[in-house]
Design a binder for this molecule. Structure first.
Ligand SMILES: Cc1cc2nc3c(=O)[nH]c(=O)nc-3n(C[C@H](O)[C@H](O)[C@H](O)COP(=O)(O)OP(=O)(O)OC[C@H]3O[C@@H](n4cnc5c(N)ncnc54)[C@H](O)[C@@H]3O)c2cc1C
Length: 400
């Protein structure tokens, strides 16, 4: 890792900002940020980074904050930047990094994650979508579900079963799939919020060139782990500045509502808001520590701590917000329009909608029960979850 001080990095970031031409749009801005190595600083030079550590990104982001074109990466292309980029960098060829990373970061090409299926969510390694080799192409058939942003995606991260006679984890292969390819059919699924952030995706005889395989044939589970560990970091929260993000919405609401509450109620709510603020700060500091432990592209199990804590904290924050709204909390003023989101949001400025959206936080990216299993096994060293089908050929595992 090259030696660089935080001050030198700040100067580099200022030089980049000074070089942005007046009137530049967001894609140009982000492309220049990528070329300056300030996109994901832990990535290698020429690939959007400077070969630094993940915590150096916080120095860059603090300098960019406030610039009108500087939008958080997880708003621009949450799945592509949070999960696709590290997976391509870690397991793809140089040609794939050259082709995919920059337009992913700029948001010109949105990515989605095709892992979950109607019969395989937590147990994603048991998935059924088939990939069969035909010359130098694979033919893919199957159905995915809960695929966030598939309707606006150019590329998808697909895990499919290439060898059903192997035990479930060993017969998988990982591909980059062209979401515009013939045979890919994307259908919306509406959530409790009325938004259709996610979709069902049906694949019928979709042809994927072997050159779009990430990792070795049959080694898809190892590649998928890279995606999943990065997903936990991306969803884990703790990236907002001190007092920012969801907790800022609650504190704002508290300041508006506190004078309307009876004194005893106000005292209880004040303590609740304060406690949640302290938890949000603990999460932020925990996220900093887990970022410090992460290597480029490969976070450790610390990401699962942030994912678990972030999900439960977000829900507690918006439950407190609904209690502050009182009876008004039951009214959804916006009505209930069905909409098709063009970005995936953890929460918006509307705390009532955020309350509804936050219900998904303990499911998406792995449920809280599954996070507790991972932490129990990998961090605390407790005995493993029961796995009766681990060494059994996938074809012999009973399924409905
Ligand atoms: C908003 C949202 C967006 C999503 N986006 C995507 C996406 O883009 N791409 C994608 O591939 N998937 C996506 N998902 C799917 C998500 O990853 C799955 O919903 C999740 O992994 C759980 O799987 P499941 O829904 O099949 O539930 P199941 O696995 O059937 O779980 C049902 C219940 O059983 C519990 N359970 C299961 N196994 C265990 C165990 N071993 N120990 C203890 N408890 C257990 C679970 O915690 C849960 O409470 C999204 C989900 C949501 C809600």
């Amino acid at each position: 890792m090259p030696a660089i001080t935080d001050d030198e990095l700040r100067v580099r970031t200022h030089d980049f900002l000074a070089s942005v031409p007046p009137g530049a749009d967001q894609v140009t801005f982000r492309g220049m940020q990528f070329d300056a190595g300030l996109a994901v600083v832990q990535f290698p030079e020429g690939r959007g980074g400077l070969g630094l550590t993940p915590q150096h990104q916080a120095v860059v982001d603090a300098e960019l904050r406030g610039h009108p074109l500087a939008v958080h990466s997880l708003v621009v292309n949450p799945i592509g930047i949070g999960m696709g980029m590290p997976t391509v960098l870690t397991h793809g060829t140089d040609e794939m990094s050259e082709r995919f990373l920059r337009p992913c970061f700029t948001g010109e090409e949105i990515w989605c994650q095709l892992f979950s299926e109607p019969g395989s969510g937590s147990d994603v390694a048991g998935l059924s979508t088939r990939a069969e080799l035909d010359g130098d192409e694979w033919i893919v058939n199957g159905q995915k579900v809960w695929t966030t942003l598939a309707h606006v995606s150019r590329w998808g991260m697909l895990v499919a079963r290439s060898d059903p006679d192997q035990p479930k984890h060993k017969g998988l292969t990982y591909f980059v799939i062209d979401m515009h390819a013939p045979g890919v059919d994307v259908r919306p699924l509406y959530q409790i919020t009325g938004d259709a952030e996610f979709n069902e995706v049906f694949m019928t005889d979709v042809r994927i060139p072997d050159a779009m395989r990430l990792g070795e044939r049959g080694d898809g589970w190892r590649v998928a782990i890279t995606t999943l560990m990065n997903e936990r970091v991306a969803l884990g929260g703790g990236g907002a500045p001190k007092g920012g993000g969801a907790i800022a919405l609650l504190v704002d609401l508290w300041n508006k509502k506190k004078h309307e509450l009876a004194p005893a109620h106000a005292a209880v709510m004040r303590e609740r808001v304060t406690r949640l603020w302290a938890e949000a700060e603990t999460l932020r500091l925990t996220a900093l520590r887990s970022r410090a432990e992460a290597k480029a592209g490969v976070p450790g199990p610390g990401g699962s701590i942030g994912k678990l804590m972030g999900a439960e904290l977000n829900q507690a924050i918006f439950e407190a917000a609904i209690d502050l709204h009182g009876a008004d909390g039951m009214v959804f003023e916006a009505g209930y329009p069905l909409s098709r989101a063009d970005h995936a949001s953890m929460y918006g400025a509307d705390t009532k909608k955020a309350f509804l959206r936050s219900r998904a936080n303990s499911i998406e990216g792995g449920t809280s029960e599954v996070m507790r299993n991972i932490l129990g096994e990998r961090v605390l060293g407790l005995p493993g979850d029961v796995r009766v089908d681990k060494d059994v050929p996938w074809t012999e595992v009973p399924r409905s």
